[in-house]
Design a protein around this ligand. Structure first.
Ligand code: SRM
Ligand code: SF4
Length: 562
């Protein structure tokens, strides 16, 4: 078969001189709030996306105005850890240059929305002054490395966090363009600096790495291109089970795209981890599809060539074989709320932040409350991959101060809400996401309230149930892993997907297509009623649906522990 033409983005990367492109002149152009088309692609590698306010689109079009352009900035925050000083810097920037909110993402980082083109450089400079960068938070490179966010709970978690930081540094692009463009670093005179790992065109597509610490699968490790499951022996980190080839995005109506769980490939010791990570990235660099971006993730490289090929290629490059995977067990993929004591006697408080949106709305002044906490907190913060927040490493004598602020600013919703509301996820979607087909974050409270009412009616309101909404099938809230998911199809209309596992080890399946809110409730009510009546003790909704044959088997690979 003749080689197919590289995609347009490949051409842009190749011509970019190490991700510089014409970003300097795009930023300086006073005529528009947007960047030149090619720079719009390149700026992703610097951690930013050009967006426009979709709520205003139609009105501005009629007024013959260009869209209300602004930029989203995403931080690189391995393992989701930040200091109180960094929190305060982000909070100040959200107020000064952003839309007055901070957004905790499903990959343990922050997003700032609504930054005007003229404010991008000062915002990035101020972030870096607070020692937070946005390098490769987006783009065709390794993204934020995520890790189970309770590292101080045991020495094992602390080791895993260190690995997330090391991997993040190891897989970062080497181009100095970021420093040059945003931090007034010295201008490059000649050729772009070499990229020893990525090469001049970087990866064919985004690449994601996660480290899980059983029994929690809070990072949803099977949804990543490269996953590591920490294996402990006698309380120490013995090594990791290796997973590869996960990814959740798909396109409605395109059977050539599908969500896929990562396959297990064996066990490695900690000292093997850097070489394994580098070689998996290199395999994807060399074999990933550079002609069709819808077919360019590692999951398709592995699905097309087979997992035996992938294992062989990896072992050949490593010059050694991987030993068999070791046993582990995941119980669930959610967060544990409230106070937990760490191994060193300090305490960690997990707070529910609905959809990760840190904002002041009416009585609930989450943003002000968290800034007040940051002002007195002597530990640090951890963002969770479920969009929640851990006030971490609190001395026992400081707990009462944190508790008072939590109660005073409405940050204690985790104490009152039902499990379904506490564990639900929604992606950003409208008004900022250009790809959204339906609401997600803004629809979550109403959709959850109706689901809660249904659960109450059938006497199961206190039971855990994993509910996720996304505004399109790209899957940013990992909906295809939920027990109940709504995946946006058109304004007010969703595909209903059912039967994921609470521990993130099984994809759900399409149950109803293109339904509205009433259709959603009508479709799930008989299933909830059946679950309430017929479930076995402790049986989760998703497991019940499969056991009783109410949904079909999931398509795509299903990963299992050995
Ligand atoms: Fe995502 C694209 C938001 C986690 C799969 N994602 C986008 C963009 C940037 C839209 C765009 O391309 O213009 C969204 C910006 C919305 C906005 O207005 O802010 C967006 N993704 C998010 C976040 C903020 C969702 C959230 O509510 O928290 C998450 C940011 C993570 C981070 O901090 O790095 C986010 N995205 C995910 C995840 C979940 C994960 O990684 O654990 C997935 C599914 C896993 C995966 O990658 O397969 C995910 N996002 C996608 C895809 C589909 C990729 C694919 O292989 O098909 C796109 C579209 C694309 O890349 O073309 C996308
Ligand atoms: Fe946007 Fe779709 Fe991701 Fe939601 S799932 S943030 S709508 S790309």
């Amino acid at each position: 078969m003749a080689a197919r033409e590289p995609s347009a983005v490949e051409r842009i990367k190749a011509a970019s001189r190490g991700l510089r492109g014409t970003i300097v002149s795009s930023l300086a152009d006073p005529v528009t709030g947007a960047l030149a088309d090619d720079d719009r692609q390149l700026i992703k590698f610097h951690g930013s996306y050009q967006q426009d306010d979709r709520d205003q689109r139609e009105e501005r079009r009629r007024a013959k105005l260009e869209p209300a352009y602004s930029f989203m900035l995403r931080t690189r925050l391995p393992g989701g850890v930040c200091t109180p000083a960094q929190w305060l810097a982000l909070d100040a920037l959200a107020g000064r240059y952003g839309n007055g909110t901070l957004r905790i993402t499903t990959r343990q980082s922050f997003q700032l929305h609504g930054i005007l083109k003229s404010a991008l450089k000062p915002t990035i400079a101020a972030l870096n002054a607070a020692l937070v960068d946005t390098i490769s938070a987006c783009g065709d490179v390794n993204r934020n490395v995520i890790a189970s966010p309770n590292p101080l709970e045991s020495a094992l978690h602390a080791e895993v966090y260190e690995w997330a930081v090391r991997l993040s540094a190891q897989l970062r692009p080497r181009s100095r363009a970021y420093y040059e463009l945003w931090l007034d670093g010295e201008r490059l005179a000649g050729e772009a600096e070499p990229e020893p790992l990525y090469g001049p065109t970087y990866l064919p597509r985004k690449f994601k790495v996660a480290i899980a610490v059983p029994p929690l699968n809070d990072v949803d490790v099977f949804s990543n291109d490269l996953g590591f499951i920490a294996i402990a022996e006698q309380g120490r980190l013995a090594g990791f089970n290796l997973l590869a080839g996960g990814g959740l995005g798909a396109t409605h109506g395109d059977p050539a795209t599908w969500p896929r769980l990562a396959d297990p490939y064996g066990f490695l010791t900690p000292d093997q981890l850097p070489a394994v990570a580098e070689n998996v990235v290199a395999i994807q660099r060399d074999y990933g599809d550079r002609s069709d971006r819808n077919h360019a993730r590692l999951k398709y490289t592995i699905a097309d060539r087979g997992s035996d090929w992938f294992r062989g290629e990896l072992e050949r490059r490593l010059g050694q074989t991987l030993s068999p995977a070791r046993p582990y067990r995941f119980t669930h993929s959610g967060d544990r709320f409230g106070w937990i004591e760490g191994h060193d006697g300090r305490w960690h408080l997990t707070l529910r932040i609905e959809s990760g949106r840190v904002a002041d709305t009416g009585e609930r002044r989450l943003r002000t409350g968290l800034a007040r906490i940051a002002a007195i907190h002597r530990g640090h913060f951890r963002l969770t991959p479920n969009q929640n927040l851990i006030v971490a490493a609190v001395a026992p004598e400081d707990r009462w101060r944190i508790d008072a602020l939590v109660a005073g600013y409405g940050l204690d919703s985790f104490r009152r809400t039902t499990p379904v509301a506490r564990d639900a996820l929604a992606c950003v979607a409208l008004p900022t996401c250009p790809l959204a087909m339906a609401e997600a974050e803004r629809y979550l409270p109403a959709a959850t309230a109706r689901l809660e009412a249904l659960l109450r009616r059938h006497g199961v309101a206190g039971e855990p149930l994993l509910f996720r909404i996304s505004g399109c099938p790209n899957g940013c809230s990992r909906p295809v892993l939920a027990e109940i998911a709504l995946v946006g199809k058109a304004p007010g209309r969703y595909n209903l997907q059912l039967g994921g596992a609470r521990n993130g080890e099984r994809l759900n399946v399409l149950y109803r297509e293109n339904i509205d809110e009433d259709g959603f409730i009508a479709a799930v009510e008989p299933l909830i009623a059946a679950w309430a009546r017929q479930r076995e003790p402790g049986e989760a909704f998703g497991d019940f649906l499969h056991r009783s044959g109410l949904v079909g088997a999931p398509a795509g690979a299903v990963a299992r522990g050995p």
